[in-house]
Design a protein around this ligand. Structure first.
Ligand SMILES: NC(=O)C1=CN([C@@H]2O[C@H](COP(=O)(O)OP(=O)(O)OC[C@H]3O[C@@H](n4cnc5c(N)ncnc54)[C@H](OP(=O)(O)O)[C@@H]3O)[C@@H](O)[C@H]2O)C=CC1
Ligand SMILES: CC(=O)[C@@H](O)[C@H](O)COP(=O)(O)O
Ligand SMILES: [Mn+2]
Length: 397
């Protein structure tokens, strides 16, 4: 039996992880669930999977949860609060695997805590690699922690890598293992369907509906602006130790082919699966074995016939280009990009700014803040804070 801590259990990835666990209770069990303040979902999850610990970042939410669990007769689930406890539950000896599915840079500290305890990390959170990919990959080697990518495209690439590259993720040259390039597919988000001139009036409700995936609000907006693909480009650079010329992005509106790996001998290994996150999650949890999953949907022959691919014009997608430029510039720039994006997306979701203001705010913050690259997590959080302050001041102007 393998035990898990789920960071961000009440979110989209957290729920998908619990669904995989529920299908394999003979193989996996939940040790700890962690979320911020969604007491009702956390209460349901605690009743369903009976973890040893449940931790809410917000203290008031923890009190409410405790009350709910006592009412439900679940006296033996220990309820904790705060981020220090979350970090401890990610590193505790009794835990084998940690699902990193807190959204945004808030996931950084507990995930590093798990990494430094040498856990198997199921890495859904992409903002960690965007803000401190180099540090994260260095520490994974130092603490012998195994990283399994959960992001669908990166999980797909991982599945098509030579085993030696999988076992030394991010530390070998993919070129020396016969790979010429890796291809990330992009659905195209809202840009694909809505004419440029209508983008300014897009509402949060429209932006949060993804054509193929059901996801949390922040990543749904990122996908609509194509910042998601920019973050995924940076994520791939670190995870696979890939040079800029070794990564290509291809538009593929159906989200069935998640990635392709081009080998120098002419072989191209593509990965296909229905757009359902339980699939990469189950793969990563069972790795190097494979487990059975209830099919969410099938890919029909008709569906195969309708797969389409288009070259991408980066200039058309300002957020994607900003991410690539920031990555070319420095690690500090990618921290600033990420912080400004998190603030701008939140402001858009709260109807404070328009959809098309998002890239302008990020560009402005990148232009105004110039800081040295970080040497440690504290530096990363300092740069993040400075960029956040600037972005907030622009959003409330
Ligand atoms: N959804 C998807 O299909 C995919 C997601 N990812 C990545 O996975 C991560 C999670 O995404 P998703 O599940 O969609 O996000 P959701 O918004 O659905 O869930 C976010 C989770 O994080 C928790 N959380 C938010 N802020 C904090 C905080 N400060 N401290 C602790 N917990 C916090 C939330 O708790 P609460 O509910 O209590 O607020 C919730 O459990 C993101 O980084 C995303 O980019 C990657 C690929 C696909
Ligand atoms: C499920 C997943 O991995 C998302 O990151 C997805 O990739 C979003 O798709 P697009 O960003 O291509 O719209
Ligand atoms: Mn993805």
């Amino acid at each position: 039996m393998q035990s898990l801590t789920i960071l961000g259990s009440t979110g989209s990835i957290g729920k998908a992880t619990l669904s995989v666990i529920q299908q394999h209770t003979d193989k996996f069990f939940v040790y700890a669930l962690i979320a911020k303040n969604n007491v009702s979902v956390m209460t349901e999850q605690c009743i369903m999977v009976r973890p040893k610990f449940a931790c809410m970042i917000c203290e008031d939410s923890a009190k409410k949860l405790k009350k709910n669990l006592i009412t439900a007769g679940k006296h033996n689930i220990e309820v904790l609060s705060g981020s220090i406890n979350a970090c401890e539950l990610a590193a505790i000896d009794d835990v084998d695997m940690v699902m990193s599915a807190i959204v945004g840079i808030a996931g950084l500290k507990p995930t590093f805590s798990a990494l430094r305890a040498g856990k198997k990390i199921l890495l859904a959170n992409k903002e960690i690699l965007v803000t401190c990919g180099k540090l994260f990959m260095q520490e994974s080697r130092r603490y012998h922690s195994c990283i399994l990518p959960i992001d669908s495209e990166h999980n797909a690439i991982f599945q098509n890598l030579p085993v030696t590259c999988q076992k030394n993720l991010g530390h070998l040259s993919i070129s020396e293992y016969g790979i010429s390039r890796i291809v990330l597919t992009a659905s195209g988000g809202i840009f694909f369907k809505i004419p440029q001139e209508k983008l300014a009036t897009i509402t949060p409700e429209q932006a949060c509906v993804h054509p193929n995936w059901s996801m949390g609000r922040k990543i749904s907006v990122d996908s609509a602006t194509m910042m998601n693909k920019g973050l995924e480009y940076i994520e791939a650079r670190h995870l696979f130790n890939a040079a800029p010329h070794e990564i290509e992005i291809l538009l593929h509106p159906q989200s069935i082919v998640h990635a392709m790996v081009y080998y120098k001998d002419g072989n191209i290994l593509a990965h296909l699966a229905p757009p359902d996150m339980t699939i990469p999650i189950a793969y990563a949890m069972a790795y190097p074995n494979r487990i059975k999953l209830k099919p969410s949907s099938n890919i029909s022959v008709d569906c195969f016939n309708k797969l389409s691919f288009y070259q991408l014009d980066n200039q058309k997608y300002p957020c994607l280009q900003l991410a690539i430029d920031a990555d070319n510039c420095s690690q500090a720039a990618t921290i600033i990009l990420n912080a400004a994006n998190e603030v701008a997306v939140e402001a858009f979701l709260n109807r404070m700014i328009s959809f098309t203001a998002i890239p302008n705010i990020i560009r402005h913050v990148l232009d105004k803040i110039n800081l040295d690259d970080p040497n440690n997590i504290e530096d990363v959080l300092y740069i993040d804070q400075k960029a956040r302050e600037k972005a907030i001041s622009i959003c409330i102007e």
